[in-house]
Design a protein around this ligand. Sequence first.
Ligand SMILES: *[C@@H]1O[C@H](CO)[C@@H](O)[C@H](O)[C@H]1NC(C)=O
Ligand SMILES: *[C@@H]1O[C@H](CO)[C@@H](O)[C@H](O)[C@H]1NC(C)=O
Ligand SMILES: *[C@@H]1O[C@H](CO)[C@@H](O)[C@H](O)[C@H]1NC(C)=O
Ligand SMILES: *[C@@H]1O[C@H](CO)[C@@H](O)[C@H](O)[C@H]1NC(C)=O
Length: 432
Amino acid sequence: MGSSPFLLSLFFLAFISSTNAIDVKFSKPYNPLILPVKKDDATLQYYSTFNVGSFSYKANAVIDLGGPFLWLNCNGSYMSSSYHAVECHTNECSAAGGSIFCSGCDGAFRPGCTNNTCGVFPYNPYNNSVATGGIGKDNIVFGPRSWKVSNFPLACGIPEQLYGLCKSAQGMVGLGKTPVSLPTQIFSAFNLPRKFALCVPSSGRHERFGGIVFGGGPYYMIPYPKDVSKLLVSTPLIVNPVSTAPVRNEGDASYEYFIGVKSIKIDGKSVPFNSSLLSIDKKGVGGTKISTVTPYTVLHTNIYKALVKEFVKSAASKKVASVTPVKPFGACFDSKTIHSYKTGSNVPVIDLVLQSESVYWRIHDTNSIVRVSKDVVCLGFVDGGSKPTTSIVVGGHQLEDNLLEFDIAASELRFSSSLLLYNTKCSHFKDV
Ligand SMILES: *[C@@H]1O[C@H](CO)[C@@H](O)[C@H](O)[C@H]1NC(C)=O
Ligand SMILES: *[C@@H]1O[C@H](CO)[C@@H](O)[C@H](O)[C@H]1NC(C)=O
Ligand SMILES: *[C@@H]1O[C@H](CO)[C@@H](O)[C@H](O)[C@H]1NC(C)=O
Ligand SMILES: *[C@@H]1O[C@H](CO)[C@@H](O)[C@H](O)[C@H]1NC(C)=O
């Protein structure tokens, strides 16, 4: 069996992770505007840290790629004299996606306790719960070089709203296509090109972080000697004309990120299912979106069943032995029959085929296979039933150690596929 670049790369990685001092000389100074991202291994959530307000309240917020804004539990230890509420029934309120209701409060003034405040609906997808809260503005500071944004819009949630979030989290931060999302606010605060790159790490055990880089490349990731943005493949971002948000106004388009998957292949062979599931209908149902709040890719049951069947068939032909599935997965394998990286992987590759046959997002073993015990690994996709709003929700496990650049201005997604192929990974951003 020949050794593909992928296998070599994994061998290499074992080497670079055991040495700390490796560095590469880059020709240009590199000073990205980056928000570090960490993974919580217990919940499989990704989060970032912000210092908020006049007393630098340190808050972790779970990243929701398709979320509308930053919301925090304001009834904890967040105190601030620089906080001010956005008034309801103002233009500023409608720009913030505010609702017709005004939020009020009986107590003394503090963040989250103000009158005549622009009302919004902080949403927690892990609990599927919507609260009501007011939107206000305060200063936030983040990143290794303490980037500061004044008057950053944030919504105030309540402590109950934190249910299901990782232990350290005090809220969630949205990266969606809204005027008040983190990327939009940062683009305008720093006058940056309207694009951001998301690179989520595969483990919270790394000392280093993954990150969100604002304003575009270059992206330098140790020890890869060149600009990672040169590796990226492009596909259009698609607008779903119907909002997929839990609370929405009629006529609103979705602010989540959809791409046009045309078919799925396993080891080059098409997975048979009704492809009308891959288009978005008039009601906004169907299609493919990307989500950081879904730990494993969720598929419409018809796609899921076909994928599992073909994957198991292809795996069996490569002498990978199936074992009894472990929930929530539908196909699991004896890990002893999976070849180690040094001798060559026999895990089938999954391709999400995009605008043409030659453009695909390849999902390699580290992104398709999940270890559930010492002896068992599973195909890391789950069944979304027969009536999901979106047919394919590409989830966290499939995104890890892939660099994704969301170019809002050009309405394009650019993706790297697994960075392990290039001997690097999301926790290896230079200077983070
Ligand atoms: C906020 O916290 C105070 C003190 O712990 C409590 O009395 C109050 O009910 C809380 N408010 C909300 C909306 O949870
Ligand atoms: C909001 O208005 C109520 C009723 O007028 C008042 O009791 C309360 O103190 C006000 N709250 C704040 C934070 O100003
Ligand atoms: C949401 O959180 C509440 C506690 O605040 C809990 O009782 C409820 O079961 C949770 N719902 C889901 C769907 O997890
Ligand atoms: C595919 O699904 C669509 C919508 O449910 C249906 O109209 C069509 O007949 C199906 N095509 C096939 C070949 O089953």
